[in-house]
Design a binder for this molecule. Structure first.
Ligand code: UTP
Length: 307
């Protein structure tokens, strides 16, 4: 049996919370959900849904709000459009249009008010079946490349149980923008630099107070007991129910909690600056647009240097 086969099936459900207001991306998010903004031509949420399906999830629960109905609609089949594309012989477009509805079974959970990420996760609980003892959460703002970190996290859950989180190493001067892990070695030399035990978590610390350079990335395998912990926390920063607070409470209570370090690229689609970087990165790798863009960028940057 390959390593991948062994670790398959740790979680069946993946939650994508997508009911936030997207204030950092106003004004477009007044009417267009940020999850549907195109990275080249594919909405960010399709990239994330693809990652969940690839990691072996059977079901995606998208937490959404009445203001953001387009997010679920994107995962519906569109027979009228598909027939038109078929008639016109537009096979490539037809394949692209069919990809999202064919990826994975998608269900929606309604968050009536944006009361925080922790609250958004709690409204998805009813979608889990009784036998599920953990659940994956993928934040649609965070793109991690290459994919595969969820499979590594599954392997860690198999070894230690409990909750498994994901981190990226970031330079000291940038650390205050993130949730930061207080970590220690697992004791297994094979885990060094890759898997660590979490002792605590600090939200957006000053650089001198940061317990490490390991910042939280939006991938989680949460022990099912998280739903109970979410009932036991009080609203935190911004009056919202914070997922970080529930995880920190469970660490304090002794739930095994580990972090897997992602060594690849991470993009933040949740603000225009990060979104532009991701778009350029994906576009440079695109077979239609990549080479033209590369040439244009070289010229454009040369103009800056030449003044
Ligand atoms: P963010 O804080 O990054 O997203 O939440 P936001 O609230 O949409 O963005 P800003 O801060 O106003 O610009 C992380 C994730 O949690 C979801 C968001 O949709 C995002 O995917 N979320 C947040 C919810 O689903 N519900 C909430 O009440 C809050």
């Amino acid at each position: 049996m390959s390593n991948n086969e062994k670790t398959r099936g740790v979680f069946q459900t993946a939650i994508i919370p997508a009911a936030g207001l997207g204030t950092r991306f106003l004004p477009v998010t007044k009417t267009v959900p940020k999850e549907l903004l195109p990275v080249v031509s594919t909405p960010g949420i399709e990239i994330i849904a693809g990652e969940a399906a690839e990691a072996g999830a059977d079901r995606l629960v998208i937490v959404t709000s009445d203001r953001k109905t387009g997010v679920m609609a994107y995962f519906n089949e569109d027979p009228v459009l598909e027939t038109a594309l078929e008639k016109q012989g537009k096979e490539v477009m037809l394949h692209r249009v069919r990809r999202a509805p064919g990826l994975i079974k998608v269900e929606s959970a309604l968050q009536e008010k944006p009361l925080g990420l922790g609250h958004a996760i709690s409204v998805a609980e009813d979608h889990l079946t009784e036998d599920e003892d953990c659940v994956a959460v993928l934040l649609p703002d965070d793109v991690v490349m290459p994919t595969g970190v969820l499979e590594e996290m599954e392997e860690v859950r198999n070894r230690f149980g409990g909750t498994v989180l994901c981190a990226c190493e970031v330079p000291g001067e940038e650390i205050s923008a993130y949730g930061v892990f207080d970590v220690e070695p697992t004791g297994d030399p094979a885990d060094e630099g890759r898997v660590m035990r979490v002792k605590g978590m600090v939200e957006k610390p000053d650089p001198e107070d940061a317990p490490s350079n390991f910042a939280a990335v939006g991938r989680y395998i949460l022990d099912r007991s998280i739903f109970g912990a979410l009932q036991r926390i009080e609203p935190g920063a911004g009056g919202e129910l914070q997922l970080t607070d529930a995880i920190a409470l469970q660490v304090e209570e002794g739930l095994p909690t580990h972090v897997v370090v992602h060594h690849g690229v991470r993009h933040d689609l949740g603000n225009p600056g990060g979104f532009i970087r991701a778009s350029v990165d994906f576009a440079l790798q695109d077979e239609t647009y990549g080479s033209d863009l590369r040439e244009w960028l070289k010229d454009r940057l040369k103009q800056d240097v030449d003044g």
